[in-house]
Design a protein around this ligand. Structure first.
Ligand code: PDD
Length: 281
């Protein structure tokens, strides 16, 4: 395997950043995960747009120009022979002697890119059986709209899910409404076949997959309501699912151990999943 680290393509086993990289010391950095399907990066312009937003919010400079980054991503994908899988990129504020305030203006941001293969058949199989989620109280900061590498609450929540035999954890607000998963957005389908997902203006990450699913839903003639929903409403819903670059639309069959509907993946979720690749670019 080959990785990209600050201007060089190096063997994955020898891919290092300095111990005083601010990503390592302060989680002072941002990232993107893009799905690779049939050799193409899915929704690349949207991922670059969100990366730009994350960098701007944190006053981190682009490590390379916006035009060059896609070339690096494609090169890492090519060198790893990935036709289906994902590409990961991370930008941090760079290497500097440990100090909380921003380092000198000439500190160069760090850029790291990795890619890895995934088996589309395995993902399809997972979608046929569906996944289980647990719920956990929201304990993250209120700027989760920034795709920061500070993911400790997400790590702990997803570990808790794993220990409970589930694959995702939903963060739930003090008022009982579902925010999003540890690494995905949260959706339900009402009895009338309307898709419901929380508005992305505040308190969740605006998922790229979420945005593209709005277009997929429009093509399928499905209505979307952007509003909060409670755990109780999700448990009683006709369908529930998560979305992310790594899962696309993945049916949920149980929430906190209680089955969703008949405990089988929902047909609307599966049709969204099917149609996704026709719409995504
Ligand atoms: N996670 N919400 C959170 C907290 C996420 O971490 C992610 C993605 C999403 C979905 O966003 P998108 O559709 O753009 O992937 C929502 C990635 C996959 C990860 O951290 O691995």
């Amino acid at each position: 395997r080959i990785a990209y680290v600050n201007g060089r393509y190096v063997a994955h086993a020898d891919a290092f950043v300095h111990i005083e990289d601010r990503g390592y010391q302060f989680a002072d950095g941002v990232y993107e995960v893009c799905e690779v399907a049939r050799g193409f990066i899915v929704d690349m312009p949207r991922h670059l747009g969100r990366l730009n937003r994350s960098l701007t919010e944190l006053s981190i400079d682009w490590p390379v120009t916006r035009g060059v980054l896609p070339i690096i991503l494609s090169e890492v994908i090519r060198r790893n022979h990935v036709t289906d899988g994902l590409v990961y990129l991370q930008v941090t504020r760079g290497v500097a002697s440990r100090d909380f305030v921003f380092p000198a203006a000439d500190t160069k941001p760090s850029l790291v890119v990795t890619a890895r293969k995934a088996d589309p058949a395995a993902a399809a199989k997972r979608a046929e059986s569906g996944i289980k989620v647990i719920t956990v109280p929201e304990n993250r900061w209120d700027r989760v709209d920034i795709k920061s590498v500070g993911l400790l609450p997400n790590v702990l929540a997803k570990q808790k899910a794993k220990e409970a035999g589930a694959q995702e954890a939903w963060f739930v607000d003090a008022d009982g409404t579902v925010k999003e998963g540890g690494s995905s957005n949260a959706w339900i389908v009402t009895g009338d076949g309307v898709l419901v997902t929380r508005p992305a203006e505040h308190g969740i990450l605006r998922g790229i997959t979420r945005t593209t699913l709005f277009e997929v839903a429009a093509k399928l003639g499905l209505k979307i309501e952007e509003r909060g929903f409670s755990v109780a409403e999700a448990k009683a819903a006709r369908e529930a699912f998560i979305s992310s670059a790594t899962t696309i639309a993945m049916p949920i069959v149980a929430i906190d151990g209680a089955p969703v509907a008949n405990g089988h993946p929902g047909s609307i979720t599966l049709s969204l999943r099917q149609a996704f690749f026709d719409v995504a670019e």
